[in-house]
Design a protein around this ligand. Structure first.
Ligand code: ADP
Ligand code: MG
Length: 314
């Protein structure tokens, strides 16, 4: 087969809101997905890059930041992303290597701590929109943190939630490392959690910035940059629906780029969940002419074969 494939795994599927979020539980969820990934690799899809969400995981690091702020200095958001890339990358590598071994297949799996360049002039910095961390109901605490420069939005009666800018990913800065590893026969985990957002002020090393890049957009960017033939986004629903959640709901199977853009313009896809997946799929197909698939995690193998989920073609 020898085709490069990029698979994006949903963070919510790894640590669902309904679960306890323990390391053991997250490992079991990752492992279940790696069973399917190993099947794909064993059948010949060896040029593989995995990426993953990290929303629930970063949320937990932020809670620790707050609870321990008088004991150890809170870490910035770029450090939070780097930490979750490491723990999820380790968990993916550890379970995937095991599953590959069971199939008599020996291929290194290498997590890459990856940075993604964003533009300091990105409009997103003027309009923080990405909710992160826990819901807060203490108005005084929210006021204190607003005074420290953080932004919050009120989410119905669930309380306040911090919002950060979600700028566009411009370039996967560790792409050369990813390609080097692929060329030498490794499976790579990269751009996890959308990548560590960094800006280049041309005054020394690039620096991390308080922002969150959408993981589907960062995964799609990397898929285009490395010329992947397939970009699969695996999540907790069967694919892309029209009239989602209404009596007229209809799952899309095969769609063209133009059709999907039309549905998007008609407001079918929720901002922050299905919206960025559709956007990521469209941008990737536009740039490469490849196949983008949005499907449920449980159908990973069929999704990559283009026989499950929503398939997007030029
Ligand atoms: P992930 O963690 O995989 O990124 P998200 O929660 O961000 O998952 O996005 C998947 C969710 O998008 C689904 O669980 C579903 O509730 C929601 N969604 C919103 N609009 C649609 C739509 N038109 N079709 C399918 N799912 C949709
Ligand atoms: Mg998401």
């Amino acid at each position: 087969m020898g085709e490069r494939t990029v698979i994006a795994l949903g963070g919510n599927a790894i640590s669902p809101a309904s679960g306890a979020g323990t390391a053991g539980e997250q490992t079991a969820n990752v492992w279940r997905t790696m069973v399917q990934v190993a099947d794909l690799v064993a059948e010949g899809r060896t040029e593989l890059v995995l990426t993953h969400g990290n929303g629930p995981q970063v949320g937990n690091v932020l809670i620790k930041n707050e609870l321990a702020r008088d004991v150890v200095p809170p870490v910035p958001l770029d450090w939070c992303v780097a930490q979750t890339q490491a723990t999820l990358g380790f968990t993916i590598a550890n379970t995937l290597v095991h599953e590959l071994g069971l199939r008599g297949h020996h291929q290194p799996v290498v997590p890459v701590i990856s940075r993604v360049l964003v533009d300091r002039d990105d409009r997103a910095f003027g309009a923080p929109s990405k909710p992160i961390g826990p819901y807060l109901d203490d108005d005084a605490e929210v006021a204190r943190r607003q005074a420290e420069g953080l932004d919050f939005v009120r989410v119905g009666d669930r309380g306040w939630r911090r919002v950060v800018p979600s700028p566009q990913p411009r370039a996967s800065l560790d792409r050369a490392a990813v390609e080097l590893l692929l060329d030498h026969g490794a499976i790579v985990v990269a751009n996890g959690g959308g990548g560590i957002p960094v800006v280049d002020d041309h005054d020394g090393p690039m620096h991390g910035i308080e922002a969150v890049i959408d993981k589907d957009l960062a995964g799609g960017l990397l898929a285009a940059e490395i010329g992947a033939a397939v970009f699969a986004i695996l999540t907790d629903v069967a694919g892309v629906a029209i009239g989602f959640g209404t009596p007229d709901q209809r799952w899309l199977t095969d769609v063209t780029l133009a059709e999907l853009r039309e549905h998007q313009a008609a407001g079918e896809f929720t901002v922050g969940s299905m919206g960025p997946k559709v956007d990521a799929a469209c941008r990737y197909v536009e740039r490469t002419g490849g196949l983008a698939v949005i499907a449920t995690l449980d159908a990973a193998v069929a999704a990559v074969h283009g026989t499950a989920g929503t398939r997007v073609r030029p």
